[in-house]
Design a protein around this ligand. Structure first.
Ligand SMILES: C[S@@+](CC[C@H](N)C(=O)[O-])C[C@H]1O[C@@H](n2cnc3c(N)ncnc32)[C@H](O)[C@@H]1O
Length: 264
């Protein structure tokens, strides 16, 4: 858990995730060089080839993740912020009432929404597990530093079982969260849970890695089912966003992005 007195939205590629292949690659490279101390032979040569290939692969992944982090970061390419602005771009809302941000992480989208809709109250929920460098206190600090503390609130919760009554919110957003939710492998049920807390006719914009077959094995069926349950439903292939550099359009980062928006 982080305590910070600076605005800190963290990075979608946590440093520990980027460093892991770097460290592994370094160890494999060391083993490769140490192997030259051993007497030569076929087995040793095979070992050296395998070590060299594995080290090169790990170091390439490490280099890629470091570049991707830089492009995503607010201090670097700023792509994280642009992707979040794009989610709000598809939310067709007048800004009156309460908006829910599901899986708010460091509060970046919640805070952007609060700034875009000064009349609104914006609620961010997240379960803030150990996998990410995010915390509720970090969201609150960010909101205070951005001047929207009174307009926002943050609470711990599970996207699979939202702690709100039916038809409670006037709008909802979510970005890169649904595929992470382990407590609900059925993604249709998860989206239905998000829609449950919306008032009839309320707008929503949900981005996720909808093109990941692992998480969404039948996207067309999911969209067809959802479209029967809401007043309006659209799907946008956000892989085509031209503000996202080609280097980030890989399955490891933003290569499977899609966005569902509409009105309940
Ligand atoms: C890739 S991060 C995205 C954070 C934020 N939406 C953003 O765009 O910056 C995924 C987030 O989903 C949250 N998350 C994962 N499973 C969750 C669950 N069951 N309920 C609520 N949040 C969850 C994680 O804690 C993490 O903050």
């Amino acid at each position: 858990m982080k305590e910070s007195k600076k605005i800190d939205y963290a990075n979608w590629i946590p440093l520990k995730v980027a460093l892991a292949p770097g460290l592994t690659g370094g160890i494999l490279a060391l083993l490769f060089f140490l192997s030259f101390l051993l007497p030569s032979g076929l087995l040793i040569t095979v070992f050296q080839v395998l070590m060299a290939a594995a080290a090169a692969f790990c170091l390439l992944v490490f280099g890629y993740l470091i570049c991707a982090r830089r492009l995503l970061s607010y201090q670097g390419g700023g792509i994280q912020g642009k992707i979040l602005d794009n989610v709000l771009h598809f939310l067709s809302w007048d800004g009156n009432g309460q908006l829910l941000d599901i899986g708010c992480g460091s509060g970046a989208l919640t805070i952007k929404a609060a700034k875009k809709y000064p009349q609104a109250h914006v609620v961010g929920i997240d379960y803030w597990g150990n996998e990410w460098d995010y915390a509720q206190s970090q969201c609150e600090t960010n909101a205070a530093l951005e001047g929207v503390i009174k307009q926002t609130s943050f609470q711990k919760g599970d996207a699979a079982q939202l702690d709100f009554p039916d038809a409670h919110f006037d709008a909802a957003v979510s970005n890169f969260v649904f595929h992470e939710v382990r407590s609900q492998p059925d993604k249709l049920a998860l989206i239905r849970e998000a829609l449950r807390v919306l008032k009839p006719g309320a707008p929503f914009a949900f981005e996720d890695i909808f093109y990941s077959v692992k998480h969404y094995p039948d996207l067309d069926a999911l969209l067809a089912e959802l479209s029967k349950e809401v007043q309006e439903l659209h799907f946008v292939d956000t892989r085509q966003n031209n503000f996202v550099p080609l280097l980030l359009k890989t399955p490891m980062v933003a290569g499977n992005m899609g966005l569902i928006w509409g009105k309940k």
